[in-house]
Write a protein that binds this ligand. Sequence first.
Ligand SMILES: NC(=O)c1ccc[n+]([C@@H]2O[C@H](COP(=O)([O-])OP(=O)(O)OC[C@H]3O[C@@H](n4cnc5c(N)ncnc54)[C@H](O)[C@@H]3O)[C@@H](O)[C@H]2O)c1
Length: 350
Amino acid sequence: MVKEYIVTVDGKPAGRVVGRERLGEIAPLVAEESEVFVVYDANAAEVAAEVIEAVPGVRGSIAIETSEEDKSMDTVLLIERSLLEAGASRKALVLAVGGGITTDLAGFAASIYKRGVRYANVPTTLLAQVDAAVGGKTGVNFEDYKNMLGVIVQPVFTFVCADALRTLPRRDLLSGAAELLKTFIIENEDDHYGRAVRWLAEGGAAAELQELALAAAGVKAAIVSRDPFEAGERRKLNLGHTFAHAIEHEALRRGDDITHGEAVAMGIVLAARLSDALGVSAGLEARLAADFAAAGLPTRAPYPVETLAGAMDKDKKAEGSLVHFVLAERIGSVLIRDLTVAQALKALTL
Ligand SMILES: NC(=O)c1ccc[n+]([C@@H]2O[C@H](COP(=O)([O-])OP(=O)(O)OC[C@H]3O[C@@H](n4cnc5c(N)ncnc54)[C@H](O)[C@@H]3O)[C@@H](O)[C@H]2O)c1
């Protein structure tokens, strides 16, 4: 079983994604560190306590709140202040223990402290294990825009451990499941997609989920290594996200409670519908909708596509009037097609 992937930037190793079954196995990864500062999600305090116990060089820790409102410069400054007060030098390693909000915040805080210290991630949500904590995108929300301020800096390592998910609520697990399935729709070695659907539908051992999460993190690591700054191939990882962002935007406007993963699941099904409509695939929407439903994920956006199209026009990933739509030919193969929102809408409503 593969236990490690390397992220490279310009062909040079820049970070590792490591899979281990127990939290205590983090110790060898930080054995050489003399100044570890832990930034952890208050909701993942139990996991953080175990990590802190296993890491001998911990010199300080700070618990943070992790709503999207807390994903702000204010929280970054809280982290900076705690690093300063604890006497962190340029040798410091900031260790983020939490979901994507925590890893995005801690990575960004580390990247500007004393002009940049290293950071590493112990993701405690499935979403962060397969997506947010891998690839080096960090940042905060600003002026109503998500992830508006930030930098791309690779973490020294991302520690993928099934144990870190043991207190995660089911709904948050499922939110990450959407990204897990998305990754395997992009690349489906060893039928990881089918195995993930079965695990989600029927349940299974934590170790198997960890193997799948690590494999998905590995797919992301490989794509990021080939395209660290999203000039081309990395856009594939946005499968379903153009629609998902529009769904989230509309949900926010109406005060509806839809998680990112739920929006991604609905968004992938819409992307499959668009793929079918454009003749890129055949019967993909029905197949994915059936699999997602079995996995416990929602499949139908509760808003009309016309409404979503309006929000999509404002998507920050759009260049000019063209949007990079990620379409799927089949499970394991996706492609990017530049279309205007009007062209996509026409295909979806024919
Ligand atoms: N950097 C990237 O490339 C990237 C990619 C995708 C998403 N993101 C960002 O990630 C964020 C979403 O990540 P997320 O879904 O992990 O959200 P999150 O960090 O908000 O975690 C989800 C919820 O689970 C709780 N939680 C976390 N770990 C727990 C544990 N072990 N036990 C109990 N509760 C726990 C959190 O407190 C929170 O309430 C968004 O802000 C998004 O922008 C970043």
